[in-house]
Design a protein around this ligand. Structure first.
Ligand code: SAH
Ligand code: SF4
Length: 368
C-alpha cells in the first residue's frame, strides 16, 4: 500500500506515470490530499470511478494516529501521535494574533543528547518517514478546521497553519532526505504552498548537512547556539565536539547567501548560572560579530531529573540588555503551553508514557 502522504510532487507524478495515468492526475491528487485534506481516496470525486477504485486498492492517506490531544489555557494545542512500536511523537500548534504556527517533529527521539533536552535524554528511536512528518501538518490543519477555529487569518480555502517550525522532537538535519522531501511538500503550491520564509528549520549544527540544505531546499534557519565558547558548548551540545563554533558560524554565513532571510536566528536556552552571565553575553557579542543574526533567548523548561534550573527573569533581562546595547536584536521567547508540557524541549509526554509502558510490562511479571 502506498501512503499518498509520502509522495512529493515528483514522486506523485512518477506514481501516476507507472499506472499509465496522465501527469495532471498527480496534481489533482496532491490537491485532494493537501488542499482539501481528504483522508480517503474514495473522496476524490473528479477521478473516474474505475480510476478511483483501482487507486483505492493500492494507495491510502495515512497520518500517525492521535494518542492524546490536549489544549493549554493559552490556546496552544498538542497532539501526541503514535508512530508504532511504542514510539510517540508530538506536534504543537501555537496560535498568535496574525498566524498559526505548527512545531513539527522529525525523529522519534534524538541521538545528539544535548544536556538540557528531554528528547535527547530519551535516546534515538528512529527517523520519521515523509508521511509521518507531513502527516503532522495535514492532521493539524484538519483538526483545527474541523473545530471551526475562528482565527482572523483563516479565509475561505486557506489553512489554519500558516507557519511551520521544525523544532519538535529530533534533529531535522539528521533525517535529511525525508525532511527535505517534507519541506518540498510544504512549499509546493499544489500542496501547502507555504513561502520559504514561513518555514523554519532548527538545527543543533550538523555542518555538512546544513550546507546541503542550502543547496537542496533553503528555508529560514534557526541554529541552537546555547553557548559563547567551545568549552561550554562541548558540554551542552555534544555535536559541537565534531563541528565546533568556528565551523558552525562559517556554515551559517554560507547558508545566508542562499536563504530566504538575510539573517540566522540563534536560539539560546537560558540555564541558571551556566550560560546566562554578563560575561557570557559579552563573549557572545564578540563571537557573532560577523554573522547577521537575531537572538531568541529561551527560558529553560525544566523536566524531571534535570541538573539545570531556569534563569531568573532578572538574569534573562540583564543578558538581553547587554546584547541589545551592542546593537543585536534579542527577543525572549514566550513560553507557551506549559500546562500541557508543550513548551520547547518539554516534549516529555512520551517519557512518561514509556515509564508507564515499562511499568505495564514489568507488573504482570511481578504478579507471577
Ligand atoms: N534538534 C533541533 C530542533 C529541535 S529542539 C535543535 O536542537 O535545534 C528546538 C529548540 O528547543 C532547540 O533550540 C533546543 O535547543 C531547544 N530546547 C531543547 N530542550 C529545551 C528545554 N528543556 N528548554 C528550552 N529549550 C529547549
Ligand atoms: Fe536533539 Fe535538538 Fe534535543 Fe539536542 S536539543 S537533543 S539536537 S532535539
Amino acid at each position: 500500500m502506498i501512503n499518498l502522504l509520502d509522495l512529493d510532487p515528483a514522486a506523485m507524478t512518477a506514481f501516476f506515470a507507472e499506472r499509465g495515468e496522465k501527469p495532471f492526475r498527480a496534481k489533482q491528487t496532491l490537491r485532494w490530499v493537501h488542499h482539501r485534506l481528504a483522508d480517503r481516496v474514495e473522496l476524490m470525486s473528479d477521478l473516474a470511478k474505475a480510476t478511483r477504485e483501482a487507486l483505492a486498492r493500492d494507495a491510502e492517506i495515512r497520518a500517525p494516529s492521535v494518542v492524546r490531544d490536549s489544549t493549554a489555557a493559552d490556546g496552544t494545542r498538542k497532539w501526541l501521535l503514535d508512530v508504532g512500536n511504542a514510539n510517540a511523537i508530538e506536534a504543537v500548534y501555537i496560535p498568535e494574533t496574525d498566524r498559526g504556527t505548527l512545531c513539527v517533529s522529525s525523529q522519534a527521539g534524538c541521538a545528539l543528547d544535548c544536556a538540557f533536552c528531554s528528547t535527547g535524554k530519551q535516546g534515538f528511536n528512529r527517523n520519521l518517514s515523509v508521511g509521518e512528518i507531513i502527516g503532522q501538518l495535514w492532521h493539524a490543519n484538519r483538526a483545527l478546521l474541523a473545530d471551526g477555529i475562528a482565527a482572523p487569518w483563516v479565509e475561505h480555502g486557506r489553512h489554519p497553519i500558516t507557519n511551520v517550525v521544525m523544532m519538535g522532537m529530533g534533529e531535522p538535519l539528521a533525517n535529511f532526505d525525508n525532511v527535505v522531501t517534507a519541506l518540498e511538500i510544504m512549499l509546493d503550491d499544489n500542496a501547502y504552498g507555504l513561502s520559504r520564509r514561513r518555514v523554519t528549520l532548527s538545527t543543533s549544527g550538523l555542518v555538512p548537512a546544513l550546507d546541503r540544505l542550502g543547496d537542496a531546499c533553503p528555508v529560514a534557519l534557526a541554529v541552537s547556539l546555547h553557548a559563547p565558547n567551545d568549552a561550554l558548548r562541548d558540554r551542552l551540545v555534544p555535536i559541537n565536539r565534531k563541528y565546533p563554533l568556528a565551523e558552525l558560524l562559517a556554515a551559517c554565513l554560507r547558508y545566508i547567501e542562499k536563504a530566504p532571510r538575510d539573517f540566522v536566528t540563534f536560539e539560546y536556552v537560558m540555564l541558571d548560572h551556566v550560560n546566562d552571565g554578563p560575561e557570557h553575553a559579552r563573549e557572545l557579542i564578540a563571537l557573532v560579530r560577523d554573522v547577521p543574526c537575531k537572538f531568541n533567548l529561551i527560558p529553560f523548561n525544566p523536566f524531571p531529573n534535570t541538573e539545570f534550573k531556569t534563569s531568573s527573569r532578572t538574569r534573562i533581562l540583564a543578558f538581553q540588555r547587554i546584547l541589545r546595547d551592542a546593537g543585536l536584536i534579542a527577543t525572549i521567547r514566550k513560553t507557551r503551553g506549559e500546562d500541557i508540557d508543550a513548551a520547547c524541549g518539554q516534549l516529555a509526554g512520551q517519557v512518561q508514557d514509556r515509564t508507564r509502558r515499562t511499568l505495564r510490562r514489568i507488573q504482570p511479571v511481578a504478579a507471577q
